[in-house]
Design a protein around this ligand. Structure first.
Ligand code: GRF
Length: 239
Protein backbone atom coordinates (compact mmCIF):
# COMPACT_ATOMS: atom_id res chain seq x y z
CA UNK A 1 0.00 0.00 0.00
CA UNK A 2 1.62 3.25 -1.10
CA UNK A 3 1.81 6.09 1.41
CA UNK A 4 -1.23 8.30 1.80
CA UNK A 5 -1.31 11.26 -0.56
CA UNK A 6 -0.58 13.63 2.33
CA UNK A 7 2.87 12.07 2.82
CA UNK A 8 3.89 12.30 -0.85
CA UNK A 9 6.30 15.08 -1.88
CA UNK A 10 4.55 17.88 -3.72
CA UNK A 11 5.69 19.05 -7.17
CA UNK A 12 4.84 22.25 -9.02
CA UNK A 13 5.18 21.86 -12.80
CA UNK A 14 5.78 24.82 -15.12
CA UNK A 15 4.60 24.49 -18.73
CA UNK A 16 4.04 26.67 -21.79
CA UNK A 17 2.46 24.42 -24.39
CA UNK A 18 1.27 20.95 -25.33
CA UNK A 19 2.25 19.44 -21.97
CA UNK A 20 3.22 15.99 -23.23
CA UNK A 21 6.02 15.93 -20.64
CA UNK A 22 3.54 16.99 -17.96
CA UNK A 23 1.36 14.11 -19.15
CA UNK A 24 4.29 11.73 -18.72
CA UNK A 25 4.64 12.95 -15.13
CA UNK A 26 0.89 12.61 -14.48
CA UNK A 27 0.87 9.07 -15.92
CA UNK A 28 3.90 8.15 -13.79
CA UNK A 29 2.21 9.36 -10.58
CA UNK A 30 -0.87 7.30 -11.52
CA UNK A 31 1.25 4.23 -12.26
CA UNK A 32 3.23 4.70 -9.04
CA UNK A 33 6.58 5.01 -10.81
CA UNK A 34 6.73 8.61 -9.56
CA UNK A 35 5.84 8.69 -5.86
CA UNK A 36 4.81 12.33 -5.67
CA UNK A 37 1.78 14.56 -6.05
CA UNK A 38 1.66 17.24 -8.73
CA UNK A 39 -0.07 19.89 -6.64
CA UNK A 40 0.00 22.79 -9.11
CA UNK A 41 0.59 23.35 -12.82
CA UNK A 42 1.55 26.87 -13.85
CA UNK A 43 1.37 27.78 -17.52
CA UNK A 44 2.90 30.85 -19.15
CA UNK A 45 0.13 30.65 -21.75
CA UNK A 46 -3.64 30.49 -21.39
CA UNK A 47 -3.69 28.54 -24.68
CA UNK A 48 -1.49 25.69 -23.44
CA UNK A 49 -3.10 22.28 -23.96
CA UNK A 50 -1.17 21.21 -20.88
CA UNK A 51 -3.79 23.11 -18.84
CA UNK A 52 -6.43 20.70 -20.16
CA UNK A 53 -4.23 17.73 -19.33
CA UNK A 54 -3.81 19.01 -15.76
CA UNK A 55 -7.52 19.75 -15.30
CA UNK A 56 -8.43 16.30 -16.65
CA UNK A 57 -6.14 14.87 -13.97
CA UNK A 58 -7.77 17.00 -11.25
CA UNK A 59 -4.65 19.12 -10.78
CA UNK A 60 -4.94 22.82 -9.84
CA UNK A 61 -3.78 25.11 -12.63
CA UNK A 62 -2.78 28.76 -12.84
CA UNK A 63 -2.00 30.85 -15.90
CA UNK A 64 0.88 33.20 -15.26
CA UNK A 65 1.29 35.09 -18.52
CA UNK A 66 4.08 37.58 -19.19
CA UNK A 67 1.96 39.11 -21.93
CA UNK A 68 -0.72 40.04 -19.39
CA UNK A 69 1.95 42.13 -17.62
CA UNK A 70 3.03 43.75 -20.86
CA UNK A 71 -0.58 44.45 -21.86
CA UNK A 72 -1.09 46.53 -18.69
CA UNK A 73 1.81 48.86 -19.50
CA UNK A 74 1.03 52.53 -20.24
CA UNK A 75 1.42 53.33 -23.93
CA UNK A 76 4.53 55.33 -24.78
CA UNK A 77 6.28 56.24 -28.01
CA UNK A 78 9.55 56.76 -26.18
CA UNK A 79 11.67 53.67 -26.98
CA UNK A 80 13.84 54.09 -23.88
CA UNK A 81 10.81 54.48 -21.61
CA UNK A 82 9.15 51.47 -23.24
CA UNK A 83 12.28 49.37 -22.64
CA UNK A 84 12.35 50.37 -18.95
CA UNK A 85 8.65 49.66 -18.49
CA UNK A 86 8.97 46.21 -20.07
CA UNK A 87 11.99 45.38 -17.95
CA UNK A 88 10.02 46.31 -14.80
CA UNK A 89 7.03 44.27 -16.00
CA UNK A 90 9.27 41.25 -16.52
CA UNK A 91 10.70 41.73 -13.01
CA UNK A 92 7.17 41.91 -11.55
CA UNK A 93 6.24 38.78 -13.51
CA UNK A 94 9.13 36.90 -11.91
CA UNK A 95 8.38 38.25 -8.42
CA UNK A 96 4.71 37.27 -8.70
CA UNK A 97 5.68 33.84 -10.05
CA UNK A 98 7.89 33.27 -7.01
CA UNK A 99 5.10 34.30 -4.61
CA UNK A 100 2.67 32.06 -6.49
CA UNK A 101 5.02 29.08 -6.11
CA UNK A 102 6.05 29.72 -2.52
CA UNK A 103 2.84 31.14 -1.03
CA UNK A 104 0.02 30.45 -3.47
CA UNK A 105 -0.41 34.18 -3.99
CA UNK A 106 -1.84 34.99 -7.35
CA UNK A 107 -0.91 38.10 -9.26
CA UNK A 108 -3.39 40.90 -9.94
CA UNK A 109 -4.58 39.55 -13.27
CA UNK A 110 -6.68 36.60 -12.11
CA UNK A 111 -9.15 36.10 -9.30
CA UNK A 112 -7.49 34.22 -6.47
CA UNK A 113 -7.70 30.55 -7.43
CA UNK A 114 -5.52 29.14 -4.75
CA UNK A 115 -7.44 29.51 -1.53
CA UNK A 116 -5.11 30.22 1.38
CA UNK A 117 -5.07 27.20 3.61
CA UNK A 118 -5.50 24.85 0.65
CA UNK A 119 -2.10 25.86 -0.68
CA UNK A 120 0.85 23.56 -0.14
CA UNK A 121 4.43 24.58 -0.85
CA UNK A 122 6.18 22.22 -3.27
CA UNK A 123 9.32 20.27 -2.49
CA UNK A 124 10.38 20.39 -6.14
CA UNK A 125 9.74 22.58 -9.20
CA UNK A 126 9.88 20.95 -12.64
CA UNK A 127 10.12 23.03 -15.83
CA UNK A 128 8.52 20.76 -18.44
CA UNK A 129 8.46 22.75 -21.63
CA UNK A 130 8.51 26.11 -19.82
CA UNK A 131 9.64 28.52 -22.51
CA UNK A 132 10.52 31.62 -20.49
CA UNK A 133 13.89 32.46 -18.99
CA UNK A 134 13.60 32.66 -15.20
CA UNK A 135 15.36 35.77 -13.92
CA UNK A 136 18.47 35.69 -11.74
CA UNK A 137 16.51 37.40 -8.94
CA UNK A 138 13.81 34.70 -9.18
CA UNK A 139 16.42 31.97 -8.74
CA UNK A 140 18.40 33.68 -5.98
CA UNK A 141 15.21 34.55 -4.07
CA UNK A 142 13.86 31.01 -4.54
CA UNK A 143 17.07 29.62 -3.08
CA UNK A 144 17.19 32.19 -0.25
CA UNK A 145 13.52 31.84 0.73
CA UNK A 146 13.09 28.12 0.29
CA UNK A 147 16.05 26.25 -1.22
CA UNK A 148 13.46 24.29 -3.25
CA UNK A 149 15.30 22.64 -6.17
CA UNK A 150 14.19 23.55 -9.68
CA UNK A 151 14.97 21.32 -12.66
CA UNK A 152 14.47 21.71 -16.41
CA UNK A 153 14.14 19.47 -19.43
CA UNK A 154 16.31 20.58 -22.33
CA UNK A 155 16.36 18.69 -25.63
CA UNK A 156 20.13 18.81 -26.16
CA UNK A 157 23.28 17.43 -24.56
CA UNK A 158 25.15 19.43 -21.90
CA UNK A 159 27.09 22.26 -23.52
CA UNK A 160 25.24 21.83 -26.84
CA UNK A 161 22.58 24.12 -28.27
CA UNK A 162 21.39 26.05 -25.23
CA UNK A 163 18.28 28.14 -25.75
CA UNK A 164 15.38 27.89 -28.14
CA UNK A 165 14.89 25.55 -31.12
CA UNK A 166 17.42 23.10 -29.65
CA UNK A 167 15.76 20.11 -31.33
CA UNK A 168 16.02 21.57 -34.83
CA UNK A 169 19.52 22.93 -34.22
CA UNK A 170 20.68 19.51 -32.96
CA UNK A 171 19.15 17.77 -35.95
CA UNK A 172 20.70 20.22 -38.42
CA UNK A 173 24.17 19.85 -36.87
CA UNK A 174 23.85 16.06 -36.78
CA UNK A 175 22.76 15.81 -40.39
CA UNK A 176 25.66 18.11 -41.36
CA UNK A 177 28.10 15.85 -39.54
CA UNK A 178 29.02 18.61 -37.09
CA UNK A 179 28.15 16.44 -34.06
CA UNK A 180 28.35 12.65 -33.78
CA UNK A 181 25.60 12.38 -31.17
CA UNK A 182 22.71 14.39 -29.80
CA UNK A 183 20.41 13.88 -26.85
CA UNK A 184 18.45 15.46 -24.02
CA UNK A 185 19.07 16.30 -20.41
CA UNK A 186 17.39 17.14 -17.16
CA UNK A 187 19.44 19.76 -15.39
CA UNK A 188 19.38 22.07 -12.40
CA UNK A 189 18.15 25.54 -13.33
CA UNK A 190 20.73 28.30 -12.86
CA UNK A 191 20.72 31.86 -14.24
CA UNK A 192 22.80 30.83 -17.26
CA UNK A 193 20.20 29.38 -19.65
CA UNK A 194 20.29 25.57 -19.98
CA UNK A 195 23.73 25.40 -18.35
CA UNK A 196 22.97 23.94 -14.91
CA UNK A 197 24.54 20.68 -13.74
CA UNK A 198 22.84 17.76 -15.48
CA UNK A 199 20.95 15.27 -13.30
CA UNK A 200 20.32 12.94 -16.21
CA UNK A 201 21.59 12.74 -19.79
CA UNK A 202 20.07 10.56 -22.51
CA UNK A 203 22.04 10.29 -25.74
CA UNK A 204 20.45 9.81 -29.14
CA UNK A 205 22.28 8.21 -32.04
CA UNK A 206 22.58 10.18 -35.26
CA UNK A 207 20.67 8.57 -38.13
CA UNK A 208 21.96 10.03 -41.36
CA UNK A 209 19.17 11.12 -43.69
CA UNK A 210 16.58 11.03 -40.91
CA UNK A 211 13.84 13.66 -41.34
CA UNK A 212 13.39 16.34 -38.70
CA UNK A 213 9.91 14.97 -37.93
CA UNK A 214 11.25 11.48 -37.25
CA UNK A 215 14.08 12.90 -35.13
CA UNK A 216 11.64 15.07 -33.19
CA UNK A 217 9.48 12.01 -32.47
CA UNK A 218 12.54 10.17 -31.09
CA UNK A 219 13.40 13.20 -28.94
CA UNK A 220 9.92 13.48 -27.44
CA UNK A 221 9.74 9.75 -26.74
CA UNK A 222 13.07 10.00 -24.91
CA UNK A 223 11.95 13.18 -23.09
CA UNK A 224 8.89 11.43 -21.69
CA UNK A 225 11.16 8.82 -20.11
CA UNK A 226 13.79 11.30 -18.95
CA UNK A 227 11.34 13.75 -17.37
CA UNK A 228 10.10 11.02 -15.04
CA UNK A 229 13.54 9.55 -14.29
CA UNK A 230 15.00 13.01 -13.71
CA UNK A 231 12.16 14.00 -11.38
CA UNK A 232 12.52 10.75 -9.40
CA UNK A 233 16.25 11.42 -9.14
CA UNK A 234 15.70 15.01 -7.99
CA UNK A 235 13.26 13.87 -5.31
CA UNK A 236 15.85 11.41 -4.03
CA UNK A 237 18.28 14.30 -3.44
CA UNK A 238 15.79 16.06 -1.17
CA UNK A 239 16.96 16.03 2.43
C1 GRF B 1 9.83 19.80 -25.36
O1 GRF B 1 10.48 19.38 -26.55
C2 GRF B 1 10.82 20.48 -24.48
O2 GRF B 1 12.11 19.92 -24.52
C3 GRF B 1 10.84 21.85 -25.07
O3 GRF B 1 9.50 22.13 -25.41
C4 GRF B 1 8.84 20.90 -25.62
C5 GRF B 1 7.73 20.84 -24.60
O4 GRF B 1 6.87 19.89 -25.00
N1 GRF B 1 11.31 22.80 -24.10
P1 GRF B 1 5.57 19.61 -24.10
O5 GRF B 1 4.88 20.93 -23.87
O6 GRF B 1 6.03 18.98 -22.82
O7 GRF B 1 4.78 18.66 -24.94
Amino acid sequence: MSGSIESLPKITVLISGNGSNLQALIDATNKGSLKAEISLVISSSSEAYGLTRASNAGIKTKVHSLNSYYRQLPKTEDAEEKKKLRAKAREDFNTDLLNLILEGKTGNEDPKIIVAGEFVKPQLIVCAGWMLILSKSFLTQLDKRSSIPIINLHPALPGQFEGINAIERSWTAAQAGEVDKTGIMIHKVIPEVDKGDPLLVKELEVIKGESLEKYEARVHAMEHIAIVEGTVKALKTLV
